[in-house]
Design a protein around this ligand. Structure first.
Ligand SMILES: NC(=O)c1ccc[n+]([C@@H]2O[C@H](COP(=O)([O-])OP(=O)(O)OC[C@H]3O[C@@H](n4cnc5c(N)ncnc54)[C@H](O)[C@@H]3O)[C@@H](O)[C@H]2O)c1
Length: 270
């Protein structure tokens, strides 16, 4: 019989979170660790990843009373623009049950103003690095016959506005990359899914928060009438990492406060 009381627990699992130094990746790392996983908090910014580790281990130490069992998170320096470094990480980190990656960038500019260099920079991080991560970690997972890979897409994979061109294209591309990985790795017991957030207050969206009209317009767009905080994405990560989602693969989980459900143009009178 399934033990529903432990459905979301991750005891004995090793989770690698790439982008764990900030925003959604940080909260994902903290949540996975709180559910019992051993977490490698990877980021290009080692100091930021170490901050996440300190936060998580402090909380876990308090939770376990003794504090001695406090090494559930470990920081790891990784620049995913370096393919060789990804290969080395996959080898060094040993058996990995869960891979979550969040690192991404956006250049908000109209297509006619975009440069080729900017296009390459956004594609390299959002798409090429994802491809390299899936290859490096997916292979050993398939060989072991288990694993869960979670990538971060966006509402921009389906709905756009002026200035989102290359970012939106990479986020739509990432969905198809992840779905194809789900098709290819499924027979080996590896699940692959995407999470598509709405607007979340993190450093990635700081530029928008600085502009009140822009910030408020985004808040009003969804059904809930507000932005998310990054911890509100953590439940989706835990779900897709855990045995609560053993039959879920090739899916896109929208955590967008209703952004993609509501077209937002007009509220008809009753
Ligand atoms: N914040 C939002 O509103 C929002 C909305 C939709 C989708 N998303 C997606 O969610 C994901 C997480 O976004 P966030 O807001 O938490 O971002 P963030 O900018 O807060 O965090 C990204 C992290 O990735 C790290 N990073 C950047 N380049 C790296 C590299 N080359 N190698 C390793 N690490 C690198 C950064 O140091 C940082 O810690 C992204 O994929 C983003 O596109 C975010």
């Amino acid at each position: 019989m399934t033990d529903y009381a432990t459905l979301f627990r991750l005891d004995g699992r090793h989770a690698v979170v790439v982008g764990a130094g900030s925003g959604i990746g940080r909260e994902a790392a903290l949540a996975l660790a709180a559910q019992g996983a051993r977490v490698t908090a990877a980021d290009r910014d080692l100091a930021a990843a170490s901050e996440t580790v300190a936060l998580g281990n402090r909380d876990l130490g308090a939770a376990t009373e003794t504090g001695a069992d406090g090494n559930h998170l470990t920081a790891y320096q990784l620049d995913v623009l370096d393919e060789q470094a990804i290969t080395t990480a996959a080898r060094e980190l040993g058996d990995v049950d869960v891979l979550v990656f969040t690192a991404a960038t956006n250049v908000r500019k109209r297509i006619l103003d975009y440069t080729g260099e900017e296009f390459d920079r956004v594609v390299a991080l959002n798409l090429r690095a994802s491809f390299d991560l899936i290859r490096a970690f997916g292979g050993p997972m398939a060989a072991r016959g288990r694993g869960s890979i979670v990538g971060f897409s966006s509402i921009r994979a389906t709905t756009v506005e002026a200035g989102q061109s290359v970012y939106a294209a990479t986020k739509a591309g990432l969905v198809q990359l992840l779905r194809t990985a789900a098709a290819e790795l499924g027979p080996n017991g590896v699940r692959v899914n995407a999470i598509a957030p709405g607007v979340v207050e993190t450093p990635l969206t700081a530029q928008i928060k600085e502009n009140k009209a822009w910030y408020d317009a985004y808040a009003q767009k969804g059904a809930l009438g507000r932005w998310a905080t990054p911890d509100e994405l953590a439940g989706a990560v835990v779900y897709l990492a855990s045995d609560a989602s053993t039959f879920v693969t090739g899916s896109v989980l929208h955590v967008d406060g209703g952004w993609t459900a509501v077209d937002g143009r007009f509220d008809p009178p009753n």
